[in-house]
Write a protein that binds this ligand. Structure first.
Ligand code: ADP
Length: 492
């Protein structure tokens, strides 16, 4: 591990509140740690509830004028920031790798992906159409208009430090909303870089605030208690999503929740095995397996099971683990020592219950914080459904593989979870493609596709994976109220 810090990072990161980078009311600080080295990258003032309140007050001031701009004006702002993101991709990707750990190439991909939400919603904002509906009386007309919901808030996770913000902020601004963002305390720098770019292109002050602090429940409570915040969009754990949904009830805020998943990845014997392997590796290893759509359980039809596990282990074993800033590294560290602990716990539990290691595993948890939060690509076979890996999100580079005999059996296995975010299946049988599309209880299906996420498609889950959709034309609806106007007195 050679390069660990970058000269472009200085201790000048501050929360962005009401159009100012400011220390706010902070009386303490917190460190952002590089998970590849355990080193401190930056120290930030730890934002307080008063800072969150100031951000909301500023949003309330700024939002009405923004809602009155034209869609073209709002699109212009989003497009300018997207262009900046592309122009600054080297810097942004480097900062992301430093704070989150993902390899630089993946960080670059995320920056482009994050910008794509601004590009998509810049256009989608022009298509906020209403309706006219045939009326029940000759004397009346029925009109439907759509309007910005008002002030909104986003609470975002660390695993996609930029894209999980832009996927919310893009539609919010396009629709005419203001947004207060509370990014993960583990990755505030990418969030503040986004704020800087909006500031540089002259976004009206107060429309966007990025409040960085460690007391997430206290900061969130200010958002949830304030009746002027009309919507909360959250990406993170199911546990926290449930807390926020309960809290939203008191002010009847709209909620969008992108929560945990437990994605099955199903390979039928008639699949294109090369494609299945390529996609399995991509789906499992993107972000070191720390994504809510990462494959958590691999189900492989018996006739191709041996070939699949052997090739999967070979491919995952060929990946290079290290500091994501280094050339050629394809597996970075996990986000923090607790993440490594969870993966170790899942693997130990599986081994204790009879699974076997075909690749990877790790014996010692000593000194993880100092030597970097690394956990090697791991393949477990002889897995069964009593093991934690088949029940909880592992959020790490562990592929747990289970053989199956019939289509009915595997559909049952796949659906036997409280989660319903993403599922993947590989088959050349077109009838089966449709059958499974209808039978699998998930919001996102990758049929012969391990990487389905894209700005123009609706992303979101069913069951305990969440509510609402992000991206696509459905995504902007989450930021719009439907208003019905009944116009009487038409007849003379
Ligand atoms: P993850 O496991 O992906 O870190 P979390 O749900 O813990 O998911 O975190 C996602 C976001 O939610 C982060 O910004 C975090 O600070 C925030 N968060 C954590 N706990 C709470 C809480 N009790 N109320 C509101 N936000 C929270």
């Amino acid at each position: 591990m050679t390069t660990t810090t970058t000269p472009s990072l200085s201790d000048t990161y501050l929360s962005y509140i009401g159009g100012q980078f400011t220390k706010g009311q902070a009386t303490s600080t917190f460190d952002v740690i590089n998970p590849a080295t355990g080193e401190r990258l930056v120290t930030l003032p730890d934002a307080t509830p008063a800072d969150m309140q100031a951000a909301i007050d500023a949003a309330v001031q700024a939002q009405p004028a923004w809602a009155n701009t034209t869609a073209a004006e709002r699109a212009d702002v989003l497009r300018k920031v997207a262009a900046k993101m592309h122009a600054e991709v080297d810097r942004l990707a480097r900062i992301m790798t430093l704070e989150e750990g993902k390899p630089l190439a993946e960080a670059r991909t995320e920056v482009a992906y994050a910008a794509s939400f601004f590009e998509w919603f810049a256009e989608e904002g022009r298509r906020i159409y209403g309706d006219t509906i045939p009326s029940s009386s000759p004397d009346k007309r029925i009109l439907v208009i759509k309007q910005a919901v008002g002030v909104t808030a986003a609470i975002t996770p660390w695993n996609f430090p930029a894209a999980m913000i832009t996927r919310k902020l893009g539609p919010a601004l396009a629709a005419g909303c203001a947004m207060v963002v509370k990014p993960s305390e583990l990755t505030p720098l990418s969030a503040l870089e986004i704020a800087r770019m909006f500031d540089e292109i002259g976004l009206p002050k107060g429309l966007l605030s990025v409040v960085c602090g460690t007391d997430a429940p206290a900061l969130a409570k200010v958002i949830m208690d304030d009746a002027r915040v009309r919507k909360i969009s959250f990406t993170g754990s199911t546990e926290v999503g449930k807390i926020l949904m309960r809290q939203a009830a008191d002010t009847m805020k709209r909620v969008s929740l992108e929560l945990g998943g437990h994605a099955p990845f199903i390979v039928f014997a008639d699949a294109d095995l090369d494609a299945a392997i390529d996609n399995a590796v991509a789906c499992k290893m993107r972000g070191m397996g720390e994504t809510c759509v990462s494959a958590n359980r691999f189900y492989v039809e018996r006739p191709v099971y041996d070939a699949f596990v052997e090739r999967l282990a070979q491919r995952m074993g060929g990946m290079r683990m290290g500091n994501g800033l280094e050339e050629g590294v394809t597996v970075g560290p996990l986000i923090e020592p607790a993440a490594v602990d969870k993966v170790r716990r899942h693997v130990a539990d599986a081994l204790a219950k009879g699974a076997k290691l075909l690749l990877g595993g790790e014996t010692s948890g000593e000194g993880v914080a100092e030597r970097g939060c690394f956990y090697p690509p791991t393949v477990l076979v002889d897995v069964n459904h009593t093991m934690l890996v088949t029940q909880e999100e592992t959020f790490g580079p562990v592929a747990a593989v289970i053989p199956f005999e019939t289509e009915d059996e595997v559909v049952r296995y796949a659906n036997d979870t409280p989660y319903g975010l993403a599922a993947y299946y590989f088959t050349r049988d077109v009838g089966r493609v449709f059958r499974l599309a209808e039978q699998l209880e998930y919001g996102i299906l990758g049929a012969n596709d391990g990487i389905p996420s894209t700005a123009q498609a609706p992303f979101g889950g069913v069951k305990q994976s969440g509510l609402g959709r992000e991206g696509s034309r459905y995504g902007i609806e989450e930021y719009l109220n439907v208003k019905y106007v009944s116009l009487g007195g038409i007849q003379k």
